[in-house]
Design a protein around this ligand. Structure first.
Ligand code: SF4
Length: 338
């Protein structure tokens, strides 16, 4: 279903400029944006993917990954098609690098989604980029908030400030990908740029929302000690309590010539991040429970145990403090735990 899009400006000669993400695509009549899902029809900008669902599934919240937000909960997870970036290593390229002509899409209304969502604690916009599904994700998230569900946004952070202000009104928790800490990587590997992503992270944090970051470490491209240290130091300056997930790369899509990231590179990143003062650092895709569990930054007590996707809250009080030393922990606990 196509509906009139939000965030665009009319230009001369029936052209429009989309203001949703930093690309600010200028589109002639009939043209579609970089994301494949916003189109100039008759001098107006339309979103083509409203209610077009590519995947709907129930996941542990830990799979997003969000480790400090409603741990142990199950979240209804949805995606559409398209993306505003062109990552050469995209893990979900079958849905992110196609448009609404994809044969596997199903049409759902916000009410259809809510009917399913009421059986779960929250809704996550995930698998592909929610920014380019803006109108639908906002309509559903608004309804979800009214029903007392939590809302989650798993995103590349490539969004302009005004639409992000709207997202901040209806989304509770964010996992934002920082794909590297260099403009050169963003330009060559993703087609985008780093600065707007960092600006989004800062804005989400300033708004008081729950935020966790994911950094996929790719051999030779973004794995130097210096780059990891610069990234971790930037996070520590923002807030050392932000959970950071370093994830292991496997050859994918257009980046098949590189090997999987050596596990020792992940271990090195973990140590660098802890050395600069980050309090909650995790490793993904290495399947080592000691790097997936949460420990008290003060006394080392095990707070949340994770073995693959089996999660147990073991060392936290109902007030979100370490049971052993009383340290306040950056965690949002499910009401059923309180
Ligand atoms: S959301 Fe799509 S159409 Fe709009 S500026 Fe970004 S890539 Fe272009």
């Amino acid at each position: 279903m196509s509906i009139l899009a939000k965030y665009w400006t009319k230009l001369e000669d029936n052209k429009v400029r989309c203001e949703l993400c930093p690309f600010r695509c200028v589109l002639k009549e009939g043209q579609v944006g970089v994301c494949r899902v916003r189109k100039n029809i008759g001098g107006k900008l339309y979103t083509l993917n409203y209610g077009k669902v590519s995947s709907i599934a129930v996941d542990p919240i830990e799979k997003k990954p969000l480790f400090h937000f409603f741990p142990t909960s199950e979240v209804l997870s949805l995606s559409t098609v398209g993306c505003n970036l062109r990552c050469r290593h995209c893990q979900n390229w079958e849905i992110s690098q196609v448009g609404v002509e994809a044969p596997f899409l199903r049409d759902m209304s916000p009410q259809d989604v809510m009917k399913i969502a009421e059986n779960y604690e929250g809704i996550a916009w995930t698998y592909n980029e929610p920014v380019i599904w803006h109108e639908f994700t906002m309509d559903v998230s608004k309804m979800a908030k009214k029903e007392g569900l939590y809302t989650v946004y798993v995103t590349n952070g490539y969004i302009n400030e005004e639409p992000l202000d709207e997202v901040l009104r209806y989304i509770d928790a964010f996992n934002i990908d920082v794909k590297a800490f260099s403009e050169d990587f963003y330009r060559r590997i993703t087609g985008g740029s780093l600065a707007p992503v960092l600006r989004s992270v800062e804005k989400v944090k300033r708004a008081g929302k729950h935020v966790e970051l994911t950094y996929l470490i790719i051999p030779t491209l973004n794995d130097s000690e210096e780059e990891i240290r610069n990234f971790a130091s930037w996070v520590a300056d923002l807030d050392a309590e932000i959970p950071v997930h370093f994830s292991r790369f496997f050859p994918m899509y257009k980046l098949t010539e590189l090997p999987p990231t050596p596990v020792k590179t992940l271990h090195r990143a973990y140590k660098i991040a802890k050395d600069v003062g980050l309090e909650y650092v995790y490793l993904g895709n290495t399947w080592e429970p000691e790097y997936e569990s949460t420990y008290c930054p003060e006394c080392g007590n095990l707070l949340i145990e994770r073995v693959y996707y089996h999660t147990r809250i073991v060392g936290l009080s109902k007030e979100g403090r370490c049971k052993k030393c009383g340290r306040r922990i950056n965690v949002v606990l499910p009401p059923r735990f309180l």
